[in-house]
Write a protein that binds this ligand. Sequence first.
Ligand code: PLA
Length: 429
Amino acid sequence: MAAISREILKRRGILRSPVMATIGARSMASWFGHVEPAAKDPILGVTEAFLADPSPDKVNVGVGAYRDDNGKPVVLECVREAERRIAGNLNMEYLPMGGSIKMIEESLKLAYGEDSDLIKEKRIAAVQALSGTGACRLFADFQKRFLPDTQIYIPIPTWANHHNIWRDACVPQRTFRYYHPETRGLDFASMMDDIKNAPNGSFFLLHACAHNPTGVDPSEEQWREISYQFKVKNHFPFFDMAYQGFASGDPNRDAKAIQIFLEDGHLIGCAQSYAKNMGLYGQRVGCLSILCEDELQAVAVKSQLQQLARPMYSNPPIHGALVVSIILGDPELKSLWLKEVKGMADRIIGMRKALREKLEKLGSPLSWEHITNQIGMFCYSGMTPEQVDRLTDEFHIYMTRNGRISMAGVTTGNVGYLANAIHEVTKAS
Ligand code: PLA
C-alpha cells in the first residue's frame, strides 16, 4: 500500500494505532486491522481512474463497453421493445434456482444450433447465470466439487478475471501458449505443443470467438486440428463465449468453433453472456451449459449446478432473462437484434480502419496492420505499460496497461486524437 493512502486510512481511524493494537486481538478495532486494501482491478480500475479525471479531453478505451459514434452507451432497439412488452405485463416473482427455462432454451439454440439434436435429446444441463463471469465461476465451482483432482489450462494472455475466478474456486491453474508477440498473431505451433504435453483428460479454457485481449482467433482449419488433438488427448473444452456476434457480426458464424467440437463428438462446457451482444451489461444475464452423455446425467448435473447457486444467490435476476427470452423468442425482434449486433460489429471494424489509416498518415515508423487483422472488441496494440502510462498521464487516454484498446470506445470524434497520442508515445520505439 502506498504510504500516503496508509496515512489517510490511519487518520480516518481505519488503520490500527500502536495503542489500539496493544488492547488485544478481541477488541473491535482489531478485527479487520490486518485487512489491506485490495489491488486495483486491471480493467474496472481503469474506469474508476477515468471517471475521476476532470479533463474534457479524456477518452476511455479501457473496459469493453460498446459506445455509439457519439461516445454514448447504447440500449438496443430490440431491448427497448422487449422492455415495453415487459412493462406492466409480467410479474417479478422469483425465478427457479436454475433461472428462466425460456431464456435457457433460447440460449442453447444460439450456442448449439437452432436444430441441434443434443437439445432434442435433452443432453445439455444448463442454468441461467450471472452473466459470463457468473457462468465461468459456477463452472469452476462445479469442477472443484465434482472433479477435485483436475486443473484448468488457461491461455496466455487471457481476460484477467479468468485467473481470479478459478483461483477463488480453488482449482489449480496451468497455462498454455496462445499469442505470438512478434507476429501479433496466433502461436499455433506452441499452442498445439502445450495441448499435446498436458496430461490426458485436462480441462482447457478456450475463448469461443473474439479472443480477449488479443483479438486473435484460430482459423476454422486450426480449430479442427485443435478439436482433433483434444479427442486424442481426451481433454475437456470449456468455451467462454462472451462476444458471440462481435467477431464476424453474425452470432451463428461466431459459434463455429463450438460446432466443430460438437461434430467431433466432444462433451463441452459453455459460458454465454448477453452483456456485449445485447448490451445488457448491468443486467447480468448469461447461461452456463454442460453437454452430458445422456439425459439422466444432464438432469443430475443441472440439479447440482442449482445446488451451487442456491446458497450463493438463491436464484438469478429476472429482468434481463425476460428481455433475452422475448427478443430471441420473437422472430421479428430476433432479426432486429441480428441487425443491431451486425451494426455494432461494423462500426468497430470501421474504427479499426480509421485508427490504422490515421497512424499511417502521421508517418508512424511502426506497422499497424494488426489493428485491422485482429477481430472483436479489442485491439492488442503492442504498446508497453510505460507507453500506456504516458497516454494516460499526458493525453488523458485510459486503457489497460497490457496495451489493449477497446475499439468499442473509439469514435469518429476521438480517433484522430487517439492516433496522434499513440504516435507521440510510440514513434521513438
Ligand atoms: N469472459 C470474457 C472473455 C470477457 O472479456 C468478459 C468481460 C467476461 C467473460 C464477463 O463478462 P460479463 O460477466 O459482463 O458477461 N470483459 C470485459 C469487462 C468486457 C470486464 O472485465 O468485466 C473487459 O473489458 O474485458
